[in-house]
Ligand binder design. Structure first.
Ligand code: FE2
Length: 308
């Protein structure tokens, strides 16, 4: 996420969610809640506030290389070549989907010592994006990124997975392409309550929706905004897909109460929530700098010095 005031944005994530900053370099904060080097990047940008990219981990470097042609065939625009030197990972490749959303495929996430005891999420879980033309994006998720169908609610929403979690991505029909929310796995309702208490006590901030239980995915949820107005979801009890679980993908009734098993349909504030896409520039992202690592771009097998 690109944020105008990095200190303030980091403070929200550490005080309310309990995240831990692994490292801060070149105006970028790398935050985690477990032994992965980072689960969230906050990039200081005083001109553009919005979402920069969605990170997706792939198995290894050959898979990253071979992804390029598949992504382009599925309607994606590859933004430069594979690059290395970004803190916490081995190498990465960025691609823009037909809907305009930017993904960063990466490999080689480093591990860090477990954070000190604290009340924090278990892991980063999923993102939900909005699009006025969901079909080309859905095709990109399936054919370009290899995601699998989880659930659908008429023309309005679909859910996709790439591991045993019911969804790693959700797609929502909306007037324009935006970012809807990013989600963390928490232990249970009690932990959602503790985080909601901190939100009220330390920020005097209310929840947007929940806690309750979604239909698709069957997960407990609650929603609220982060410091910069991007919507966060806390999730627990997410359905488990085969072969680890036995959830059967299905089509749900086209009704607002489908996404709330316990109570009322989503409030307008939830439906209208959107965080803008920061238009990407091709090539190595300007913020992906590391003091310790070589700054190089890998173009196929040929290494080139990256421009500043
Ligand atoms: Fe969600």
């Amino acid at each position: 996420m690109r944020v105008p005031d990095l200190d303030a944005a980091v403070e929200f994530q550490t005080e309310i969610l309990g995240l831990v900053e692994t490292v801060r370099v070149g105006g970028v904060s790398y935050l985690t809640c477990n032994e992965r080097h980072h689960e969230l990047l906050l990039i200081e940008d005083r001109e553009q506030c919005g979402y920069d990219h969605i990170g997706l981990e792939v198995a290894d470097a050959p898979e990253l290389e071979s992804a390029k042609s598949r992504l382009e065939k599925a309607g994606g625009r590859v933004l430069g070549g594979v690059y290395d030197g970004e803190p916490g990972i081995d190498r990465a490749l960025r691609v823009q989907s037909p809907s305009g959303h930017v993904f960063k495929l990466f490999t080689g996430m480093k591990t860090v010592p477990a954070p000190p005891p604290g009340d924090r999420p278990i892991k980063f879980e999923h993102v939900s994006v909005k699009s006025n033309r969901p079909k080309p994006l859905e095709r990109f998720l399936a054919d370009g990124l290899g995601m699998r169908f989880s659930d659908r609610m008429g023309p309005f929403a679909s859910w996709w997975h790439c591991d045993s979690d019911h969804h790693g991505m959700a797609v929502v029909l909306a007037p324009k392409a935006e970012f809807s929310h990013y989600a963390w796995t928490v232990e249970d309702l009690n932990q959602m309550g503790r985080i909601a208490d901190r939100l009220k006590q330390q920020r005097d901030q209310k929840l947007i929706w929940g806690p309750s239980r979604h239909g698709p995915g069957n997960n407990l949820f609650t929603y609220f905004n982060d410091h910069d107005g991007a919507m966060i979801e806390l999730c627990a009890d997410m359905a488990v897909m085969p072969p680890q679980g036995d959830y059967v993908a299905r089509k749900w009734p086209n009704s607002p109460t489908t996404i709330n098993q316990w109570g009322s349909p989503p409030p307008l504030r939830f439906l209208r929530a959107g965080f803008p896409i920061v238009e990407p520039s091709p090539g190595r992202p300007s913020w992906a700098n590391s003091a310790e690592s070589p700054r190089a771009v890998l173009a196929g097998s040929k290494r080139q010095q990256a421009p500043d």
